[in-house]
Design a protein around this ligand. Sequence first.
Ligand code: TXA
Ligand code: MG
Length: 323
Amino acid sequence: MENPQFLSRCSADTIRLAAQSLSDGNLVAFPTETVYGLGADATNPDAVARIYKVKGRPADHPLIVHVHSMQAIEPWVSEVPAYAISLARDFWPGPMTLILKRSILVKDFITGGQDSVGIRVPNHPLALALLQNFYILGGKGVAAPSANRFGHVSPTTSEAVRSELNEFLESSDLVLDGGQSIIGLESTIIECRQAAPQILRPGAITKEMIQNSTGLKIIEGDKSVELRVSGNLEKHYSPKAKVILDETPVSGQGYLALSIFVTPQGVTRLASPKNNNEFARDLYMALRKADDLGLTSLVIQQPTGDGIAIAIRDRVLRASNGR
Ligand code: TXA
Ligand code: MG
């Protein structure tokens, strides 16, 4: 297969071209503030089928629909509770996906047969410009999973997208470059079809933020298995290198820990984030770096506490599982 086109430092013209390419049924990988997404017209079954093929993802795993504004969610949903409107007002555009009752526009090829839809307004200038241009062309929304092969580490740079997917994309597909994703972890997924919100996947929008926004106590418990949130699979977000948690690294191993932790002799420091936000931003880059360096194992010193540390621990636990 020929290489997909790679567009760096996108101008208004190239964004229009990319939006047109989506309308034409091609795939466009694009940056968001969380991770890079692999986009297709969410109303085009053939284009969406290619997402699954390129990712190597099972067909029963639902995709998130991305739109450029809160108003643009309307055709996709049939019911929006007041607390979801409050969340949308407070956190969109941003790293948050709402699970809502789907409209008739939402076909099974998006939801894996579930009667809900996941929807998000991302907060990245390039993503918003792409989605807006697509909307101007008559597009209703862009289905986009993280732009990695199924079960692998999500990409936070366009280079990572290319190393994951280049060989599976066609020359008519595009990869847009918008720099490093500033948050670095996938969006918080919130189930909004019950009396109160429930977190299905933790992210940068935290439990406290959700409760403050809605005035409701979130529903605790794990619903992600029955809803097939793919991050719930035993092995996910996984590099080739074996991930070990909270041990002291030994010579030959990689190491990811906050900068207050020193690097023992002979250990390859993968990143030294100064705080938890930097930890989230650098995590997937560090996992990729371990593989690029050919390390067979790495130790992650997990950050403690609440906030985004919860999402970090969720991802590193999964990255360390299933081997
Ligand atoms: O930050 C993000 O959310 C990124 C960027 C590109 O927006 N996207 C992302 O997509 O992480 P993906 O497909 O890698 O993960 C989306 C998760 C999956 O675990 C999927 O099962 C869940 O969202 N999901 C999507 N629609 C759903 C639905 N209707 N009900 C329950 N879970 C849903
Ligand atoms: Mg993913």
